[in-house]
Ligand binder design. Sequence first.
Ligand code: HEC
Ligand code: HEC
Ligand code: HEC
Ligand code: HEC
Length: 459
Amino acid sequence: MMANRKWWIVGFLALAVGLTTGSLPGTVEPAPPVSPVRSDPPAAALQGSNVYLGVSSCASIACHGGPIRPPMEPAPPAWQSSSTVWVTKDRHAKAYNVLWEPRSKDIVRLLNGGDNLKPPEPWNDSRCLACHSLHSATADPGIVSDGVSCEACHGAANGWLVPHTTVAWRNLPQRKKYQKPFAMRNTKDMIPRVEVCIGCHVGQADSEDGSPRDVTHSLIAAGHPRLAFEFSAYMANMPPHWKTATTQATKSEASAWIVGQALAAQAAKELGAAHAARGSTEFADYDCYACHHELKSESWRRAQAEAHHDRRSAPGELRLSTWYTGMLQRVQPLANLDLKTATAAEAAKALETWIDGQDAAGLRQIMANLATQAADALHWDDATQCYLALVALDDARLAAAMPRGSGPSETDTRILESIKSLNHQLAFPKDSNSPRNYDPMQFRTEMRILVDLLTGKNK
Ligand code: HEC
Ligand code: HEC
Ligand code: HEC
Ligand code: HEC
């Protein structure tokens, strides 16, 4: 019955490779900001927390609503145009509007069992608003309609809006800004930043306001894109409204990748546990390809089964999704850390320290190892996650290998080209919502070329 079902998964891959060339070392940031300073001391902070004030309190021209930075130097500092970038370029600004589109109504109509007596109102539906807006009992409708706005990531602003424009704020130790009475959310450090994203992009059984954030199989079958989050790629795909030096210089793409892997796996596990506690089998926790077949007779999932590389499933047994766990299982043994008793945040921190301690040669070795394992993985999810890992690790490797101002070597360029060709293999065809053209044997061949380049066998 399911043999002819088609896919619907987002084709986010095409953009992801831009990462590698987009953040090579050598970008110099302009002079420090001159802010619209007020004299109120931070102590004048409003009391109480979780009162959202809305984009309009951030977007004035003198604050974050300035013109987008012109390409010439010296450009005004990034923070002056944060709001302008968000409103003109960032998909988060459209997240509420999308709920008024026919496809959102279709999703909710199907979720309601096709019941036409109850008109679908996704823009009023907490099953959608939990992720598509600043959802909160205390937020007024005008703020909800801003979509995923500033405070969804930076925290409710009532505690810090006024203080953060003062001179005293600038001299305040960073950690104090994240504590009461201010309680700004920390997006500077990698771990709390990833935690912000995964609440919506992986999901969360209990969000701050109590409504679950969950893209279940029912939502997917009703037409919602499958959530297939990978932090370093999503971060790279968000139009930056910040000073890129602060995100790129101190932390590498490799650390963004590994922290993202560790925390997303934990979030997926927690969501899975919540499904289990509910007593239901949530199909979204399982391998999509275990039930959905491709039309093509020589489909890759069959090739995979025949190659006996997938030991996690036997006939008749459902295979759990490996999207959030596969790479972590492959990279952890390389780090050789004892993480048995560590919390997810501790494990993320330890892995981050480990990978940040690698030089270019070390990163290259990790890449070669993961690529060797991926050449045998064959599964589209695993292959894609490995590709995303290679993009991030190669970015960090180049940053570590190249002294400021120098260009990539000939081998570096060939490695990059080889990684790009993998993207081509994995991407969805233009007219399709599934990886219809993915050919595991060709993927394996290209992966082996890359392994040879990385290990120096192919000069
Ligand atoms: C767990 C959080 C979450 C929930 C709950 C959720 N969404 Fe989404 N939705 C997302 C994310 C994240 C994306 C972007 C997916 C991507 O590109 O990776 C998205 C994308 C979409 C898109 C495609 C948008 C585009 O620009 O192509 C539509 C339409 C949509 N959601 C509608 C809905 C509706 C209707 C509901 C309620 C029934 C809902 N969503 C519930 C997180 C969620
Ligand atoms: C989807 C999450 C998200 C949303 C929505 C968002 N931001 Fe950010 N913002 C970030 C992240 C991540 C950073 C990077 C943190 C860093 O390194 O400084 C950041 C950084 C900033 C910075 C620091 C700039 C710098 O160069 O130091 C400012 C200012 C800022 N955001 C303002 C805003 C404003 C104003 C809005 C709404 C119009 C907004 N943000 C919406 C995630 C978000
Ligand atoms: C409050 C929920 C929420 C949070 C927090 C959030 N997002 Fe999103 N994000 C969404 C939704 C919903 C969409 C889909 C919007 C649409 O297309 O209409 C989205 C879309 C995106 C997209 C565009 C995806 C595509 O297919 O082009 C990127 C990139 C992204 N988010 C990155 C991030 C990052 C990085 C963070 C953390 C710093 C983050 N998001 C935090 C809800 C959220
Ligand atoms: C245990 C088997 C199973 C798993 C695992 C599973 N599905 Fe399904 N899927 C089904 C069944 C059965 C239906 C038809 C009933 C329904 O609509 O819920 C379906 C329906 C769908 C539909 C609607 C198709 C249509 O033609 O209307 C989509 C899209 C879909 N699934 C995508 C996915 C994705 C993406 C995943 C992985 C995150 C997944 N499924 C995992 C069994 C599964």
